[in-house]
Design a binder for this molecule. Structure first.
Ligand code: KMH
Ligand code: ZN
Length: 270
């Protein structure tokens, strides 16, 4: 089995300090958190920027600052969000791709997102994919519902995505696919041969789905974007604490953890 790639989703666009007092918000806090997660065993950081008021922003300048601060500390893979917040325009969302990061997320369909709608029309999915191709950015295809795998396959047919694709199953978002073991098994069974996958279980589904991914040969995403708790009613102390637990479980189960350079090789990054 390939080594395990652990992604730390540090901040997200929706979580607040009221929900998680240790949420990193400023570029300095995000970079420091990225370093801690790297030291704990993460090889990718999934980044959402916040403005000086702590609100989600897709401003390229803020992403640039975060990217440079992280790169000054360690060689973890920097993966900005192009999902942003539900109210960002497609143009705003696409800005961090101008920094030509090694990876960026590419949501491959529309779904409900709590009380909101996370809008990803075919036109914009294709525009995002084209832009990533032009900048040499490897997309991580975000899959919130089963049909999004078919959309990714269509992008491959159109030459807008290169196979093997790397997919992130985001399961347990209220309004989209639940995060049960059966849901994950079904999603995995729908992937074409050779595609790689990671799973981001939302809330209480984070840990059980992560353990399944360790067993099945997938990869794992944890962090405050997806889940602010360590146990029932117990807030996590840090993103790194969530990463450390995955490393511990993986090692106990005989699955080695990938360094950033090993993750680059697995994912075919330049
Ligand atoms: N914040 C969500 C609406 C991504 O980062 O690419 C979208 C999201 C996906 O988080
Ligand atoms: Zn995200």
């Amino acid at each position: 089995m390939e080594k395990l790639i652990i992604t730390a989703a540090l901040t997200g666009a929706e979580v607040t300090r009221a929900q998680q007092p240790n949420l990193p918000l400023t570029p300095d806090e995000i970079a420091q958190d990225a370093l801690q997660c790297y030291e704990a065993g993460a090889s990718i950081v999934h980044i959402h920027a916040r403005d000086t008021a702590g609100e989600p922003t897709q401003d390229m300048a803020v992403y640039k600052e975060i990217k440079e601060k992280i790169e000054a500390k360690c060689n973890i893979i920097f993966q900005p969000s192009t999902g942003g917040a539900v109210w960002h325009t497609p143009e705003q969302r696409l800005q961090p791709v101008d920094l030509a990061p090694e990876m960026a997320t590419l949501s491959c369909g529309t779904c409900n997102f709590g009380p909101d709608v996370f809008m990803n029309s075919e036109e914009y999915i294709e525009k995002f994919a084209e832009k990533m191709q032009a900048e040499g950015v490897k997309p991580e295809v975000e899959v919130f519902e089963r049909g999004m795998i078919e959309n990714a396959k269509r992008l491959v047919k159109k030459g807008l995505l290169k196979s093997p694709v790397h997919v992130d199953f985001v399961l347990g978002v209220p309004g989209a696919c639940p995060g049960t073991p059966e849901d994950l098994m079904y999603m995995v069974s729908c992937l074409p041969e050779g595609w790689t996958w990671t799973v981001a279980g939302i809330g209480r589904s984070e840990l059980p789905l992560a353990v399944m991914a360790i067993v099945l040969g997938g990869h794992v995403r944890v962090g405050f974007e997806d889940n602010v708790y360590f146990g029932k009613g117990e807030l996590a102390k840090s993103n790194a604490q969530l990463v450390e637990r995955i490393v511990r479980i993986a090692r106990e189960m005989g699955r080695e953890v990938a360094t950033p350079d090993e993750a680059r090789a697995i994912l075919g990054l330049k």
